[in-house]
Design a protein around this ligand. Structure first.
Ligand SMILES: NC(=O)c1ccc[n+]([C@@H]2O[C@H](COP(=O)([O-])OP(=O)(O)OC[C@H]3O[C@@H](n4cnc5c(N)ncnc54)[C@H](OP(=O)(O)O)[C@@H]3O)[C@@H](O)[C@H]2O)c1
Length: 240
């Protein structure tokens, strides 16, 4: 474990999905460096070379196999991690689906797949790990959404699949923030910026490290009254 960093957050515990690449990997690295215990989930741990490499530096990292569309696997992981007290759960796994299609060309099977990953999974994970989040004194539930899911931000149309999946995710987060408020659980939707990852592409504006650092700072500063907000990686409140 990185001893110096661990001194700052000795008992903090994070669960994150899609931790093998992109923003998820950058967040996992950052939280480990800050001394957190991290349960990092990915679909194929065997091929997750960058994530596996972190285990040689951090004994505070545990890697778990999880396809977020497999609800039985989510329940099984929750049972396996029943004694955890999560200060933070980051639902990061996401899928864009087809790009460049127009009105009239929507692939309905791909839409269902995107909804499964971006919308259904985040609520399923919140439900399955509710007990561990509650035990996290209580914890924060954060979902990587996207500005593309904002109604206000939609001035260019199109993108039916991804936009609708993130707009519906935002509705999930808003309801979680209301339903779980009496228990002190904070729920937020986060926009990571336009990030240079496989999803964001090479023309994106910021690196995954820059995005992760911004999200880390935003999450560290959260207060109960921030629950139910849609927050940019620089802390700005975004319109739904
Ligand atoms: N990049 C951007 O500009 C941007 C902007 C706005 C929002 N976001 C959101 O930020 C999050 C992370 O995006 P990213 O740019 O890092 O994307 P990315 O590089 O494409 O990585 C996506 C991650 O999600 C995982 N994933 C996909 N389907 C999964 C499933 N069924 N079960 C478990 N994991 C699954 C991938 O795992 P595999 O390696 O196994 O495929 C990968 O770890 C997403 O929710 C995305 O929608 C990104």
């Amino acid at each position: 474990m990185d001893k110096a960093a661990s001194a700052s957050h000795p008992n903090k515990h994070l669960l994150i999905t899609g931790a093998n690449r992109g923003i998820g990997l950058a967040l996992t690295t950052l939280y480990l460096k800050a001394g957190w215990q991290v349960d990092a989930c990915c679909r194929d741990p065997e091929s997750a070379d960058d994530l596996n490499a972190l285990t040689s530096t951090f004994d505070t990292l545990q890697i778990h196999e999880l396809d977020v569309t497999d609800h039985a696997a989510i329940d099984a992981l929750s049972t396996e991690l029943a004694s955890r007290e999560f200060d933070l759960i980051i639902n990061n796994a996401g899928y864009y689906g087809p790009k460049g299609y127009r009105f009239g060309g929507t692939d309905m099977d791909e839409w269902r797949k995107v909804l499964d990953i971006n919308t259904l999974a985040p609520l399923k994970i919140a439900e399955a790990f509710h007990g561990q989040l509650l035990a996290g004194k209580p914890g924060v539930y954060a979902a990587l959404s996207s500005k593309v899911g904002s109604m206000t931000d939609n001035t260019s149309g199109g993108g039916y699949i991804y936009r609708s999946s993130k707009a519906a995710l935002n509705a999930v987060i808003k309801s979680l923030s209301i339903d779980l408020a009496p228990q002190g659980i904070i729920a937020v939707a986060l926009h990571p910026g336009w990030v240079k990852t496989e999803m964001g592409g090479p023309n994106a504006l910021i690196s995954s490290q820059e995005s992760a650092q911004g999200l880390f700072d935003v999450l560290a500063a959260l207060k109960q009254e921030d629950s139910g907000k849609f927050l940019n990686y620089d802390g700005q409140v975004l319109p739904w």
